[in-house]
Design a protein around this ligand. Structure first.
Ligand SMILES: Cc1cc2nc3c(=O)[nH]c(=O)nc-3n(C[C@H](O)[C@H](O)[C@H](O)COP(=O)(O)OP(=O)(O)OC[C@H]3O[C@@H](n4cnc5c(N)ncnc54)[C@H](O)[C@@H]3O)c2cc1C
Length: 536
């Protein structure tokens, strides 16, 4: 086993991890551990863009109002205020780092519009904004002498007091870094750090159909949960209304058809060609995502159809090709769909976790020296439903605030050392090479979550999911204790633990609000007004 010491360990190389690294690297030696390739992140797939009130007719107040309205009265207003206010500055910061966003002929930033936004305020790079941002950040990180980025290095667990001897335990739960898989030796290394940032992204892969890439297995929530951090509001999972319907690809990453396409005039129709959103919400196709996703789910159940259609063919073909080059190419080349003349078959899929590891407005979790930022964190911004394109913004705002706080914290921690951390204990484990168990358990959990913990829930379905997932989780724990650690097993264990938590959280909220909709309690209940669901 190797031991490495650094000032800051960052878990994850998406927008949150990389922008945090860049904000603090002038005063700290940083290790970024990322579990696959450096660009393997949800950030890299973001299409629509980043919300910020910079348009001539827009205002911070309007961005705040739209965020709170979409969050269904459940957002933390101080957080919404600070994120919307810092938004324009952070866009400038990303441009300084090298992100080249799309511009109008006048040289002004081109601003798109998405669901729930009353103004054009989505800064974007055509329809591949995330790729542009990720590339710019990685280029900066590559050139920084204080940042070491290690690929294929999955963090297995956070190091906290439960790993040290009782005599050295501080008064408050404290984090000292992480146990990280070494792809060369296939052993677990100890990376000791004064400060740790959890920036491990989301958990979409606990569902069968998801827009999320393979890395989104809920590791950050699972690790922080095991370490004893407070976790909030996991029942609020956003299902994106429109991913490409492709029955041959169930279980792999679904192809997202950005909301910006509806902002560009896209119309949703059922199999009869009827537009159905107009009757449901005054903003029609641009209603908040939960409303659109439920409406599609309802159309599918009502008519017994597999998907609905998203039609943009009434717009100019040249403009469609210019604004959505990636989607146009991909549909044409891989699916023989020409979106300039034909509608696109679409369904909803798991997309974004609104809950997560609780932080304060400086990104500090309830564990000393452990910060969290990005999708893994619960800051209070999104409330019961995320406003489109607010997540990249939240990640970059909170990464920067966490960096500011970490700078101060590092000064307080200078000179401290902890030699009481033991190496990873793998005694009694062996390599049974039973990969079929992993594949089978994974498939079963994803199917259970899809069928019973999806867009429309009920107590009966949730209880059934709870029983079955508890059984599988128990079996996986047993297997874990006997088996040599591998990245696949780490992910499976995390997926099982997080799936179980989501069900537990969903069962507790006996009302329907935002993204959590249950047929047993279809209305909002004032008892739950402003009440986060929190476990530790
Ligand atoms: C298809 C798609 C489109 C989207 N479009 C938009 C959009 O237009 N606008 C918007 O605001 N948001 C969008 N989102 C959401 C947004 O992309 C994410 O919320 C955001 O990128 C999250 O950034 P992050 O840094 O928190 O996590 P990520 O970018 O997901 O990065 C997480 C990192 O952590 C690493 N990691 C995970 N677990 C471990 C572990 N155990 N050990 C080590 N490393 C680990 C991963 O490998 C990865 O490097 C979209 C998401 C998807 C999937």
């Amino acid at each position: 086993m190797n031991t490495e010491k650094c000032d800051i360990l960052i878990i994850g190389s998406g927008i949150a991890g990389l922008s945090f690294a860049l904000e603090v690297a002038d005063v700290a030696k940083i290790v970024v551990a990322t579990k696959k390739g450096r660009a393997d992140s949800a950030t890299n797939y973001a299409q629509g863009g980043i919300a910020a009130a910079i348009g001539d007719d827009d205002s911070i107040a309007s961005h705040i109002e739209d965020t709170i309205k979409t969050g269904d009265g459940f957002c933390r207003e101080d957080v919404v205020n600070l994120v919307a206010t810092e938004g324009p500055l952070k866009i400038r910061r990303l441009i300084e780092w090298g992100a080249a966003f799309s511009e109008e002929l006048t040289g002004k930033l081109s601003l798109g519009r998405e669901g729930g936004h009353t103004h054009h305020r989505i800064v974007h790079k055509a329809d591949h904004t995330g790729k542009e941002v990720e590339k710019a950040l990685l280029d900066q990180v590559r050139n920084h002498p204080n940042i070491e980025l290690i690929e294929d290095a999955i963090c297995v667990d956070l190091i906290t007091d439960r790993h040290t001897s009782p005599s050295t335990r501080p008064e408050y739960k404290t984090c000292y870094g992480g146990y990280v898989f070494n792809p060369q030796t296939k052993k677990i290394d100890l990376i000791e750090a004064k400060i740790t940032l959890m920036a491990s992204g989301g958990m979409g892969r606990i569902w069968l159909n998801t827009t999320n890439p393979m890395i989104a297995t809920g590791d950050g929530v699972a690790m922080s949960w095991r370490a004893g951090a407070r976790i909030a509001n996991l029942e609020f999972m956003q299902f994106h209304p429109t991913v490409l319907y492709d029955p041959l690809k169930a279980g792999s990453q679904s192809f997202l058809i950005t909301e910006a396409l509806r902002g560009f005039g896209g119309i949703l129709r059922n199999q009869r060609g009827e537009r159905f959103m107009e009757k449901i919400h005054p903003m029609a196709e641009l209603a908040p995502r939960d409303v659109v996703a439920r409406a599609i789910d309802n159309e599918r159940k009502r008519w017994g159809i597999d998907h609905v259609w998203l039609d943009i063919s009434h717009q100019s073909a040249d403009e469609i090709r210019n604004r959505f080059p990636t989607i146009y190419q991909r549909l044409l080349e891989d699916h023989e769909i020409d979106m300039t003349v034909s509608p696109i078959p679409v369904v909803p899929a798991a997309h974004y976790q609104c809950g997560g590891v609780m932080t304060d407005t400086w990104g500090r979790t309830t564990i000393c020296n452990l910060y969290a930022a990005g999708e893994v964190a619960y800051t209070g911004l999104h409330g019961a439903n995320r406003l489109a394109s607010n997540s990249l913004l939240e990640a970059v705002v909170f990464a920067s605030r966490a960096a500011e706080s970490a700078r101060e914290r590092l000064k307080e921690l200078s000179g401290t050392n902890n030699d009481a951390i033991p190496p990873w204990d793998d005694s009694g484990t062996y390599d049974p090479e039973e990969w079929v168990l992993i594949a089978h358990d994974l498939g079963e959990i994803q199917k259970l979550m899809e069928d019973y913990v999806g867009i429309v829930r009920s107590d009966l379905r949730l209880r059934r999911a709870k029983r079955r997932i508890s059984l599988i989780t128990g079996e996986i724990e047993d297997y874990w204790r006997r088996t040599v650690v591998s990245p696949e097993l780490v992910e499976l264990r995390n997926i099982a633990q997080v799936a179980r938590l989501v069900v537990r959280y969903a069962l507790l909220r006996k009302e329907s609000r935002g993204l959590h909709y249950t047929t047993d309690y279809p209305q909002k209940d004032t008892f739950y007004e402003k009440r986060d669901t929190v476990f530790q």
